[in-house]
Design a protein around this ligand. Structure first.
Ligand code: NAD
Length: 358
């Protein structure tokens, strides 16, 4: 039997826990803030060791989504969901249907989407039980977000280059990419054609080998990526990789990648500033995917050209943050948070036309 429990978490509008032992579901959905629109965020399927870890993750990720959408001005709020399961061995249609019932109970205040461990096909299964799903396969869908995320990271790297080297051109710049998955691989290819020199790492050596062969990438070990001298470090795998340990080793001029929650704590932003490393705040530079997903809810329907043009603004958002951070002598992550909070307080980018779910 499915049970849905409401948890009271200060600072969050709604957090629920769904448990259904028969269908092997244990999930959390967190709605952080819906001032600017219904909350949209991915459904992460991951074998968390303890439920507390899953709860911790959903809380920090949903807050990040609020800030991401606030700056992207996409008329959405912040939410996220996590399912405690191994996406390779424990993901079943029954489990996804049980999750869909938990999702449905929120009546569209939270919209689920693809994330780590979940696929477009999973979203289609969830859609069989509830309409509150984005990134579905099919003609009206915004499809795979990673192509927009990768393009947004590329635009962000151009902004970094403009700020540090006064040119958008990346010709001859070395970019060290951690993770050649959906986003990292696409980013690497965009950078290659732009003339950048690639340094890459991934757990999967077949992938790194093919990038070495196809794009002259230098392959380094998964630990070595933190200390390899490079112009830009692009984390595209895991969160919290910029921490008190790794910050000492970094030999880059900037950090600009897709991973969510790259800094272990906000204080790490100060350490980066002291080291003279320019940090492109993660939730701004990686907002291409959410911008694309939000485009599904445009009154005229999904149009990838509209999503592309909005994703291009990541360059402008970052330039604004970089200049402000310099003027205020503050880390870029703090300046970004202040800007997002300003948008929420002043309802900048609030959704005007409600989303019609069918
Ligand atoms: P993915 O799962 O497709 O790719 C991750 C890659 O990182 C895999 O190839 C994996 O082998 C590699 N990896 C894992 N651990 C590693 C390690 N310790 N060292 C080196 N490589 C390692 O994920 P993705 O969709 O490409 O997303 C990458 C990151 O960007 C994630 O943190 C995700 O949350 C974030 N992000 C993705 C999107 C999107 O549109 N997909 C949007 C916003 C943020």
């Amino acid at each position: 039997m499915l049970t849905i429990k409401k948890l009271t978490i200060p600072g969050y509008e709604q957090v629920i826990e769904g448990v259904d032992p028969a269908r092997k579901l244990h999930c959390f959905i967190a709605i952080h803030n819906t001032v600017l629109g219904p909350a949209l965020g991915g459904t992460r399927i991951y074998p968390y060791g303890k439920p507390e870890e899953a709860l911790h993750d959903v809380l920090r990720l949903s807050r990040g989504m609020t800030y991401k959408s606030a700056i992207a001005e996409d008329g959405l709020g912040g939410g996220k969901s996590v399912i405690i399961a191994d996406s390779h061995t424990q993901k079943t249609p029954e489990l996804l249907h049980a999750f869909a019932e938990v999702l449905d109970s929120l009546k569209g205040q939270y919209i689920a989407a693809e994330d780590v461990g979940s696929t477009l096909a999973d979203m289609a299964l969830i859609r069989q039980k509830t309409p509150y799903v984005a990134s579905l396969p099919g003609d009206r869908s915004s499809g795979d977000p990673s192509r927009f995320t990768a393009w947004g990271i590329f635009r962000g790297i151009q902004a970094v280059s403009k700020k540090l080297w006064h040119t958008k051109s990346l010709r001859g710049r070395s970019v060290a990419i951690q993770g050649l998955g959906s986003v990292g691989a696409k980013l690497a290819i965009l950078l290659f054609w732009e003339g950048a020199r690639l340094i890459v790492t991934d757990l999967d050596q077949r992938v790194t080998h093919s990038f070495a062969h196809d794009y002259s990438a230098e392959v380094v070990g998964t630990d070595e990526i933190f200390s390899v001298p490079c112009d830009i470090f692009a984390p595209c795998a895991l969160g919290a990789i910029v921490n008190s340990d790794t910050v000492k080793s970094l030999k880059c001029a900037a950090i600009a990648g897709s991973a969510n929650n790259q800094l272990d704590t906000d204080e790490t932003g100060w350490k980066l500033m002291e080291k003279g490393i320019l940090y492109a705040p993660d939730y701004i530079i990686n907002s291409g995917g959410i911008i694309n997903a939000a485009a599904e809810f445009e009154p005229g329907g999904y149009n990838p050209s509209v999503a592309r043009d909005k994703t291009n603004h990541i360059y402008d958002h970052l330039m604004k943050i970089f200049h402000r951070a310099e003027a205020e002598k503050k880390p870029t992550n703090e300046v970004a948070n202040a800007l997002a909070e300003y948008h929420i307080a002043h309802k900048i980018g609030k959704r005007k036309i409600p989303i019609q779910f069918s």
